[in-house]
Design a binder for this molecule. Structure first.
Ligand code: T4K
Length: 369
């Protein structure tokens, strides 16, 4: 049996590097509640991401949930159904109503040209997703938000380190939320961050992640416990030292996939965007079964036969999931619906070798009929 290849594999620092990083945590016994590692990681991330204000959380989902809370939103939020379920859950768990907008066929991000037709007097925000690290139409979205006085919260879970026209992607919108889950380009085991621009929002985020506590005797907000602990922050400090190298390795793997799989009829690759420096977070491919000969599920099964575990990020579309199907019709967002049936995200991680990419590509090409 050939070596198994999973859809991704966490990047890790050297064991000794992590041990050195956590030594002072052991010695001081200060393990959580905004300790030294937490505060240092905030500063280092601000610098790396090219942003001025940032806060850390237990995971990307809590960053999203608390950001919506911190912005004091109400009513309806226009968002995309082509995402991980977390985006929509964050809206609903804030007592808000998601309104699904279809996606742009090229970038798979929210179709900015359709947003205005979905705005009602109840709309308070737009929540787009830089899916796969593809950048949303940030300029058009900003213009719409300004015109209609709406907030913009980007789900930037996939977009760590991505820049647009030389600017860190976190500089767009009112808040951008990153995931630092073990499966992400940069991780803190579990973790997340929110980049914000308004100090009032920052103050609320800081309190909200700590039960709403302002000081020992002042608790005016209702919040959960969403503080990143010191062991996670220490992992982040280690990983941040190596993340450029890890992204460069991902880019090499992506180039190899492109070389092997470009120009195949019925097989579409992810877009390459002008003015965007990508992070190669994911490598999605889309199968048109009528032309390619096999459908996405058949290709996934064949890969599995060879010990290769590609995933259907994102199927089903959020509006087709059990949690939302009763209230929404996935056919209202036909592009998202079609893409969710065609997509397969191929293995992508820094240690993926060129030989492994070739092996995966060969199996895919053998599915052509
Ligand atoms: N918004 C978006 C757009 C997101 O994609 C996500 C998370 C969020 C928000 C929320 O952020 P977080 O709250 O998670 O920080 C994974 C991740 O759990 C999730 O973080 C991620 N999106 C989602 C797209 O993928 P699963 O259920 O597919 O993961 P799992 O356990 O099947 O792992 C996939 C592969 O990763 C494994 O086959 C092997 C590898 N792996 C996994 C783990 C857990 C490792 O190498 N090490 C590990 O520790 O959800």
């Amino acid at each position: 049996m050939e070596k198994q290849i999973l859809v991704t594999r966490s990047s890790m620092p050297e064991f000794e590097e992590y041990i050195e990083e956590i030594r002072p945590v052991f010695e001081s016994r200060w393990l959580s509640n905004m300790g030294k590692k937490h505060m240092t990681l905030i500063e280092e991330l601000k610098q790396y991401l090219g942003v001025e204000k940032l806060d850390l959380f237990t995971n990307g989902h809590m960053a999203l949930e608390l950001s919506l809370d911190a912005l004091n939103l109400s009513g309806e939020i226009i968002t995309t159904p082509f995402t991980f379920i977390s985006t929509t859950h964050a809206i609903v768990r804030n007592g808000l109503t998601p309104v699904f907008c279809d996606i742009d066929p090229l970038t798979c991000t929210i179709d900015a040209d359709q947003i205005e037709s979905l705005i009602t007097e109840k709309t308070s925000a737009i929540m787009p997703v830089h899916v796969y690290g593809n950048v949303c139409d940030v300029e058009k979205i900003e213009a719409i938000a300004k015109k209609h006085n709406l907030k913009v919260i980007y789900d930037a879970a996939h977009a760590f380190g991505v820049t647009y026209k030389g600017k860190g992607i976190g500089n767009f919108g009112d808040v951008s939320c990153y995931s630092f889950h073990a499966t992400k380009v940069f991780h803190t085991i579990e973790g997340g961050a929110a980049v914000y621009h308004d100090d009032e929002v920052g103050k609320r985020l800081w309190m909200l992640k700590d039960f709403g506590i302002q000081d020992e005797e002042t608790i005016d907000l209702v919040g959960p416990n969403a503080k990143m602990n010191e062991f996670c922050a220490a992992m982040g400090l280690c990983n941040l030292r190596h993340v450029d190298g890890e992204i460069a390795k991902r880019k090499k793997a992506a180039e190899r996939y492109r070389k092997n799989l470009s120009g195949i009829t019925g097989l579409r690759l992810n877009c390459v965007q002008k003015d965007v420096n990508t992070n190669s977070a994911y490598f999605p491919v889309f199968f048109d079964p009528a032309v390619f000969g096999s459908d996405r599920n058949e290709v996934q099964a064949e890969l599995k036969e060879h010990g290769i575990f590609a995933r259907k990020y994102f199927y089903p579309c959020v509006n087709a999931c059990g949690a939302y199907r009763k209230s929404y019709d996935p056919d209202d967002t036909p592009v998202a619906q079609e893409y969710s049936r065609q997509v397969l995200t191929l293995p992508m991680f820094a240690d993926l070798t060129e030989e492994e990419v070739d092996r995966i590509s060969e199996v895919i090409l053998s599915c052509r009929k």
